[in-house]
Design a protein around this ligand. Structure first.
Ligand SMILES: Cc1cc2nc3c(=O)[nH]c(=O)nc-3n(C[C@H](O)[C@H](O)[C@H](O)COP(=O)(O)O)c2cc1C
Length: 192
């Protein structure tokens, strides 16, 4: 089971490798408990993976609804799927909304500028507008403050405590579950 656990982390790491071509695990679906108690799911880009810390990191707008949801209930589920290989990885864990300016600034500086433009948007995500153009950041001329939008930039780090791995291999499906208790992973095969 240790090899399989390493493989799961490796697949997720390839998803977060910003320098490489996109992998099937670059975009994950992240599910939270909505403020109304109903499930909410959305796509996010996986930006960081640490097997040592059992963590997955993505970034988002601090003003977005998912941040309010996670501040209320930090449980989160993330799912990714490689359609060609027939592999699904599901992760469950506890999200930490990173407030530290140092941690956020480090990630911000390491990000490509074009991925940060969205954080300069003046309107709170979800604000009702007349037309999409009303939400576009005003055209930037000349030198733009490299930290413009940093105040809206939010890192979310998920400490993973469960994985569910499913491989729909043509010669036989295989499914495994992993649970992390006191920092130790326990894995078992389960019926698909
Ligand atoms: C391909 C793709 C990638 C996305 N990546 C992110 C992301 O990394 N972070 C993020 O906050 N939203 C991302 N979004 C937008 C979210 O799916 C979602 O629409 C937005 O964050 C608002 O969600 P919320 O209202 O549940 O907070 C992405 C959307 C798409 C289509």
């Amino acid at each position: 089971m240790t090899d399989l656990l390493d493989r799961i982390w490796s697949l997720l790491s390839s998803g977060a490798d910003a320098g490489a071509t996109r992998s099937p695990f670059t975009m994950l679906q992240a599910a939270t408990l909505g403020l109304d108690g109903a499930p909410k799911a959305r796509t996010i880009v996986l930006r960081g993976v640490s097997q040592e810390e059992a963590s997955l990191t993505f970034h988002t707008d601090v003003r977005s609804e998912k941040v309010s949801e996670l501040r209320k209930d930090s449980r989160i589920a993330l799912t990714g799927c490689d359609l060609d290989a027939g592999i699904q990885i599901r992760a469950e864990g506890v999200a930490r909304v990173v407030d530290s300016v140092e941690e956020r600034s480090a990630f911000w500086s390491a990000s490509r500028p074009r991925t940060l433009i969205v954080y300069r948007a003046p309107l709170v995500p979800g604000t009702v507008i007349k037309s999409p153009i009303d939400a576009h950041a005003t055209a930037e001329q000349g030198n733009v403050d490299p930290n413009a939008g940093l105040e809206n930039f939010c890192l979310v780090t998920v400490e993973v405590n469960r994985f569910d791995y499913l491989d729909l291999a043509p010669n036989g499906h295989a499914r495994a579950k992993f649970v992390r208790e006191n920092g130790i992973w326990h894995g078992s095969w389960v019926a698909p």
